[in-house]
Structure formats: structure tokens, C-alpha cells
Design a protein around this ligand. Structure first.
Ligand SMILES: Nc1nc2c(c(=O)[nH]1)N[C@H]1C(S)=C(S)[C@@H](COP(=O)(O)O)O[C@H]1N2
Ligand SMILES: [Mo]
Length: 181
């Protein structure tokens, strides 16, 4: 094989390797705001946020996860917090989606440290090391959850959805609801 062909082969193999490892190495996160706009936050944007440590029990072992508060991540896209999080803004849901299709939902206010003391973070390290490929790059960790079921691994997308305050037309109002059998 000529030197040129050897180099071409190495280049092709290199590109193939990059293509297969790219999804696992992707560190960006898509956030869909309540008005439908999607914003991509990369690792650099997330690295500027203050970090918090939360302990979670997995299979009987306690692990220390670390990362920014999920609320601080959402605030990057203009979500209101603190005393601004009131009225219609309280009827917003946050759907956290993972690469395997797993999804968990939080009420926006439960993510706000001004509303609840249990912290909910978007962890990128566990016990001081980056998350494994099967858990990361990001994993939600909800402090004091008794089961780790809401701790979605491999988070790739977060959606903020307005659910109210108006009742959807399909739901009975208090008046005609009372008339139902
Ligand atoms: N992406 C993703 N995250 C997930 C799950 C899942 O199926 N997919 N299962 C959840 C459940 S039910 C539990 S109990 C924990 C288990 O955490 P472990 O996989 O680190 O043991 O992960 C949670 N996070
Ligand atoms: Mo579980």
C-alpha cells in the first residue's frame, strides 16, 4: 500500500471513529421555552453557572452529584424565578427528556430555591468524576427524592410548557362538573 493510501485509510478510520463517538461526546442541551423557541446551551455556557452538590442513593450507595441548579439553567433562557414566579407563571411544567426516550416532569416552582429548599440539579459529575457515558453528560438529581426514578440520565432536552391558568375546554368547569353523575 502506498504512503498516500495508508494516510487515506487512517483518515477514513479516524472520521468513522469520530462519527460513532460524536453523540456520546455531545455536551449540548436543547431548551424549549414556553413560547416554543428552542435554545441550545453548550458546556461552556453551563460551566459559568454556580455549582451545587446533592446526594442521591442508588442501589443502597450514596453518591454525591454536582452541577448547576436546573432553575439556573432555565433562567439562561429567560424563565422567571423568585418573587417574579407568581400568578400564571406557576402553571408551568418542565419536561426533562433523555436520549432513550425516558422523560420526567417537574412543576417549575419546585425547581426554584426561593420556593422549595430541596435542590434539583443538572449534574455533570458524580463523586468528583465526570458522569459515565451511560449516565451523562447530564443527569437530573432531585434532593430528598426517596426513589431515584426522577433522576433522568443522559438528558438531552428540556421543555417548559404553560399549562394554565385557564382550564382546557375539555375539562368540566366547577359548575357543570357538579351536575355530572
Ligand atoms: N434516561 C433514563 N434515566 C433513568 C431511567 C431510564 O430508564 N432512562 N430510569 C430511572 C429509574 S426508574 C431509576 S430507579 C434510576 C436508576 O438509576 P441507575 O440506572 O443509575 O441505577 O434511573 C432513572 N433514570
Ligand atoms: Mo426505578
Amino acid at each position: 500500500m502506498s504512503r498516500f493510501h495508508q494516510l487515506s485509510l487512517i483518515a477514513v478510520l479516524g472520521l468513522a471513529l469520530m462519527a460513532t463517538s460524536a453523540p456520546a461526546a455531545a455536551q449540548s442541551l436543547d431548551i424549549q421555552t414556553a413560547d416554543g423557541a428552542v435554545r441550545t446551551l453548550d458546556a461552556a455556557a453551563l460551566s459559568t453557572l454556580p455549582r451545587t452538590r446533592v446526594t442521591l442513593s442508588l442501589h443502597g450507595d450514596r453518591h454525591v452529584f454536582e452541577g448547576p441548579l436546573l432553575m439556573d439553567v432555565l433562567r439562561q433562557t429567560g424563565v422567571k424565578s423568585g418573587t417574579q414566579l407568581r400568578g400564571p407563571a406557576l402553571a408551568q411544567a418542565v419536561t426533562v427528556r433523555a436520549s432513550d426516550g425516558y422523560a420526567v416532569v417537574f412543576g417549575l416552582a419546585e425547581l426554584d430555591p426561593n420556593t422549595r429548599s430541596d435542590r434539583i440539579i443538572l449534574a455533570d459529575t458524580v463523586d468528583g468524576a465526570p458522569l459515565s457515558e451511560t449516565d451523562g453528560p447530564y443527569r437530573v438529581v432531585a434532593e430528598n427524592d426517596l426513589r431515584p426514578a426522577r433522576s433522568a440520565r443522559q438528558v438531552i432536552r428540556i421543555e417548559v410548557t404553560r399549562l394554565g391558568p385557564d382550564l382546557p375546554p375539555s375539562l368540566p368547569s366547577a359548575a357543570n362538573g357538579a351536575a355530572q353523575p
